[in-house]
Design a protein. Structure first.
Length: 396
């Protein structure tokens, strides 16, 4: 019973809405017919047709365009190290802010110490061997008659001494490298940023230069924004830009243009007809993020604005606009003349006049759809046009 009652109320509301919409459309059509009939009557009787006009003047035109964006880090570094020792500790957490030089990981030195001890022992033995051979070789070289040993034996001893010295040099270098590795068993951050990934576990044995962590620089933060191609002219290094983030409602962030990104092309070598170029325009904007509240992956909206000063005309005055051409009725000495004009971009209810109009001329902004070139007209104030609030308020 309850459901039937609620359903009945819903159906009644829908019917009332449909009736109201139908009545509105009927009244609108009747009003248009009345205006057309009144214009025809006035034209037939040789009387002026009432219209509302607007004077062409120079003023500020505030252009703005917007685009959807995605935030990403301005720099991402994969952190690793020249080591293969087991990790003994992980000294950072995911999302932690770090400074350049902060310790991220520590490696266990025990296995490396055993290897170093063995090399040091071998180095000591090589040093002793060289030490023992040097006096004997020195005395042999002083014996000009080589009476103590045969020449072949002397050569053999000298070769042995040379090999011993080479072995000693190799072991000395190896011990230095092992000492360096033992003293550098920490992996440290190379930039200021935030830890955005950790790919290591305690006890794991990383390969040399394997990425164990990812550090992202979030100040400044970059945003990847996708515009329509026709918005290209609004984007330059001097365009003031504002970013808003749905995750931070009510807050606005100043941004600066950084660069355009290459256009993405879908390429199919097997089907040339299917190849298409992405019609979007991709750009990067930079925003300061000192408190790192803005994070990679956040959705954003960028809006760019620019103010120009020039002649403008209300968009409602245009008849049959197509690309950058349109027509308007210019009133001169109570006669409406149809003029073709060239217009620029649209903003705030106005279009910029590129050519075809001059400052001080008056154009029809209400009643023009019923006019023909050469009609007599009578100018009405906006308050008498029957469409209050229809016209844009001029900018100073």
């Amino acid at each position: 019973m309850k459901c039937n009652k609620l359903c009945s109320i819903g159906v009644t509301i829908l019917l009332l809405g449909a009736i109201a919409a139908t009545a509105y459309l009927a009244l609108k059509a009747m009003r248009a017919h009345q205006l057309r009939y009144s214009a025809d009557q006035a034209r037939a009787a040789g009387k002026p047709i009432p219209v509302t006009t607007w004077q062409i003047e120079a003023g500020n035109i505030n252009w703005s365009v917007g685009a959807e964006c995605t935030a990403y880090a301005s720099l991402v570094i994969q952190q690793g190290g020249n080591m293969s020792e087991p990790l003994s500790s992980i000294d950072v957490e995911l999302g932690q802010e770090v400074k350049r030089g902060d310790v991220l990981f520590q490696a266990d030195p025990s296995r490396l110490q055993v290897e170093l001890d063995n090399v040091l022992a071998s180095e000591a033995e090589a040093q002793q061997l060289v030490k023992n051979l040097e006096p004997f070789l020195s005395s042999v070289r002083k014996d000009e008659n080589k009476t103590l040993m045969r020449i072949a034996d002397v050569v053999q001893v000298e070769n042995a001494a040379g090999q011993a010295r080479t072995q000693l040099a190799r072991l000395t270098l190896e011990s230095k490298l092992l000492k360096y590795r033992r003293e550098n068993l920490s992996i440290r951050a190379t930039i200021d940023g935030v830890v955005t990934a950790i790919n290591a576990v305690v006890g794991g044995e990383p390969r040399n230069f394997e990425a164990l962590a990812e550090i992202s620089r979030l100040d400044p933060l970059h945003t990847h924004c996708v515009f329509a191609q026709e918005d290209y002219g609004f984007i330059d290094q001097n365009s003031p830009a504002t970013l808003t983030f749905p995750a931070l409602p009510g807050e606005r962030f100043d941004a600066t243009f950084k660069e355009f990104l290459p256009t993405v092309t879908a390429y199919d070598p097997a089907n040339a007809d299917a190849n298409q170029t992405d019609p979007s325009l991709q750009a990067v904007f930079t925003v300061a993020n000192p408190d790192t509240r803005l994070l990679p992956g956040m959705a954003a909206l960028v809006r760019l604005g620019r103010t120009e000063h020039g002649l403008r005309v209300p968009a409602i005055a245009l008849i049959g606009p197509m690309e950058n051409r349109a027509q308007v009725f210019v009133v001169e000495r109570a006669v409406a003349h149809l003029r073709e004009i060239e217009v620029g971009p649209y903003a705030d209810g106005f279009v910029r006049v590129e050519s075809g109009l001059e400052a001080g001329q008056r154009v029809v902004v209400a009643g023009q759809v019923h006019l023909v070139d050469g009609d007599l007209v009578r100018e009405l104030p906006e308050s008498d046009a029957g469409v209050p609030g229809l016209f844009p308020t001029p900018n100073p």
